[in-house]
Design a protein around this ligand. Structure first.
Ligand SMILES: Cc1cc2nc3c(=O)[nH]c(=O)nc-3n(C[C@H](O)[C@H](O)[C@H](O)COP(=O)(O)OP(=O)(O)OC[C@H]3O[C@@H](n4cnc5c(N)ncnc54)[C@H](O)[C@@H]3O)c2cc1C
Length: 325
């Protein structure tokens, strides 16, 4: 058997964005390998998901079981391994998310299939699958091959590929009987705990003025607040700003913070680490101010100012105020 599989990630009834990102890349890899793309849905009620997903893959495997309602490494591993052993796909893609980070190594060890984690690219070279991952704090790209392996696992860094928007298929849905017999006792889902919502919901803002470590100190935050006020914007930030307690956690944008999609995102003194970019890359217009012309934030920004933010901020605030009056 062969094929490229994408494990669909869902939480609380919603398919997560990473699933569509992997479906897009999975389709390209499958075409190059001349193999079929399949999506795999594990759930207690897969129908709602499979009706959506079948537009993005010619084949959708579903395994339904009460024990698969919420992510649980033990039940997910047991269900996925059984199907993977039977069908032996060439490549199994999962998100490098809290879900895939735990599940993929368990699967890899159990199946004895090689695994490349946190990959930003998946390619086919001379008929062989290769993955690219970053090393040394994202300074070096490493190309990973799976020499001699018939099957491989890859986890994909969120935000690495555009989400698949082309609903090109009317995929066949194949319901696979659940292999889970006994109830898994060792680990149980108890409840989903929503992060406490603070006074400010940055995910609803039209304009975000976002500060990074480059703001230097808590006492400089009012400078950014003044710009936010002049623009009718909300203040958000990168993770170090929260770690240093300059702003509360509810303002954090990124993989361990919030995903935002404002019309305008102004990044001040933010380098553009992937964990930050993953949370803001879909903003309408991104404007970055950074004194380092090589800062990765400029790769996603439509407008960039290479300068000291302490020079730029007051000038922008004055301009915004003048435009309002
Ligand atoms: C598991 C995990 C989860 C993470 N989750 C998140 C997350 O959700 N959100 C997040 O943001 N990060 C997250 N991070 C951290 C992330 O890897 C980066 O460390 C972080 O985004 C860097 O924040 P920064 O850009 O503010 O700081 P830095 O990387 O230190 O960048 C500061 C930037 O400011 C510029 N600068 C400095 N002074 C000035 C000045 N005077 N004028 C103009 N520019 C100036 C510098 O050139 C630099 O580019 C996570 C990391 C891990 C490991």
């Amino acid at each position: 058997m062969s094929g490229v599989w994408v494990v669909i990630e869902h939480r609380r009834g919603e398919i997560r964005e990473i699933s569509y990102e992997m479906l897009g890349k999975g389709r390209m890899v499958a075409e190059k390998l001349n193999q079929e793309l399949s999506a795999v849905i594990l759930s207690s009620d897969a129908r709602a998901f499979s009706e959506k997903i079948k537009k993005y893959a010619p084949q959708v495997f579903t395994i339904e079981d009460k024990q698969l309602e919420n992510y649980n490494a033990l039940s997910y591993q047991a269900a996925l391994s059984a199907l993977a052993i039977e069908k032996a796909p060439s490549l199994l893609l999962m998100g490098h998310t809290s879900y895939g980070m735990e599940l993929a190594p368990r699967l890899s060890a159990g199946l004895k299939w090689p695994l490349a984690t946190d990959c930003i690219e998946v390619e086919v070279t001379d008929g062989s699958i290769e993955a690219i991952r970053k090393l040394y704090s994202d300074k070096v790209n490493a190309r990973i091959g799976f020499r001699g392996a018939k099957n491989a696992l890859v986890t994909v860094r969120p935000g690495s590929f555009p989400a698949e928007i082309e609903a090109a298929y009317d995929g066949e849905i194949i319901n696979v009987p659940s292999p889970l017999t006994a109830e898994i006792q060792a680990r149980k889902f108890i409840e989903f705990v929503e992060a406490a919502a603070g006074e400010v919901d940055i995910t609803r803002a039209d304009i975000l003025v976002s500060v990074g470590r480059g703001i230097g100190d808590a006492e400089n935050i009012p400078l950014a607040e003044a710009l936010a006020q002049a623009l009718g914007a909300t203040l958000s930030c990168s993770r170090p700003v929260v770690d240093k307690k300059w702003l509360p956690k509810e303002r954090q944008v990124g993989t361990s913070g919030k995903t935002v999609k404002p019309k305008v995102y102004i990044a001040l003194g933010i380098s553009g680490a992937f964990q930050h970019v993953a949370g803001m890359k879909n903003s309408g217009t991104i404007i970055a101010v950074n004194k380092d012309p090589k800062a990765p934030i400029f790769n996603v920004a439509q407008y960039g100012i290479v300068d000291d933010l302490f020079k730029v901020l007051p000038a922008l605030t004055e301009k915004a105020k003048a435009l309002r009056t």
